[in-house]
Write a protein that binds this ligand. Structure first.
Ligand SMILES: [Zn+2]
Length: 253
């Protein structure tokens, strides 16, 4: 496609041709008022999810995640939240009719160190025409072209896309420290879901060790003891301390 842009752009909602000033990327359709975003490959609908969680609620969601089962024990008490900043993060949203039902797929429209972003569910019913958030909210630019996102989508095996749009997600970008290291996490400002790529994880090695010791002991007993009743008694005697050790490990890590 030649780079010479036409000075009008067709609205994907109503088909009306709105005039486009050079370099303009955000506009409102002159006919139906739809919020539009102009990419190299054309205009798409521009939406946002309203920010339902304030900084305090986002912080509470982060603490709940820290107290959960994926993170190291007592992370919620032993970490220090350094900052919680609002970010408006752009994603490309594709609706597909693949396999009968309609599904929505998301690809990031700006670079992100947190890959779970693509797994976020965007509740279609809650999308609203794009509105600029108040001052102080960092709106990241859509720097990943729509064509690139379409390629990723194809690689994921998604076809039969019938609608494409740009959605600004209301995220909270959190920095926290634990045990001398710095970490970051994103909190979805519409649902409270927490996304983090690197975080202090629960140590799994002790569990594997207990399981391995158990397998070896039960294996030896199974080979050495012939009498079935004696075998059961031996299993029970071995099993109780193993269970206690496992419980102790679970409390510790
Ligand atoms: Zn329109």
């Amino acid at each position: 496609m030649p780079d010479a842009r036409p000075n009008t752009i067709d609205c994907p909602q109503c088909g009306g041709a709105s005039s486009l000033r050079s370099g303009e990327r955000l506009l409102e359709c002159e006919f139906c008022g739809a919020a539009l975003f102009v990419d190299r490959s054309g205009a798409v609908g521009h939406y946002w999810l309203p920010r339902l969680l304030d900084a305090e609620k986002a912080q509470a969601a982060l603490r709940r995640w820290m107290a959960g089962n994926d993170t190291v024990k007592d992370l919620d008490r032993k970490s220090k939240i350094e900052s919680v900043e609002p970010v408006s993060f752009p994603v490309w949203m594709f609706r597909s009719r693949q396999g009968g039902g309609e599904t929505a797929h998301i690809e990031p429209a700006a670079p992100t160190p947190i890959p779970q972003l693509a797994d976020l569910e965007v509740p279609a019913g809650e999308l609203q025409p794009f509105e600029e958030e108040p001052e102080g909210v960092d709106r990241l630019q859509a720097t990943i072209p729509l064509e690139t996102a379409r390629e990723w989508l194809t690689q994921r095996g998604v076809t039969e896309v019938f609608e494409t749009s740009l959605v600004q997600l209301p995220l909270w970008h959190c920095n926290y420290s634990y045990d001398g290291n710095a970490y970051q996490a994103l909190v979805d400002g519409s649902t409270g879901a927490v996304m983090a790529a690197v975080f202090p994880e629960k140590a799994e090695a002790p569990y594997y060790l207990v399981a391995a010791v158990g397998l070896i002991l039960f294996g030896i007993e199974g080979l050495v003891i012939q009498n079935p009743l004696a075998k059961l008694v031996a299993y029970a005697i071995t099993g109780i301390p193993l269970a206690l050790i496992a419980y102790w490990v679970a409390r510790k890590v």
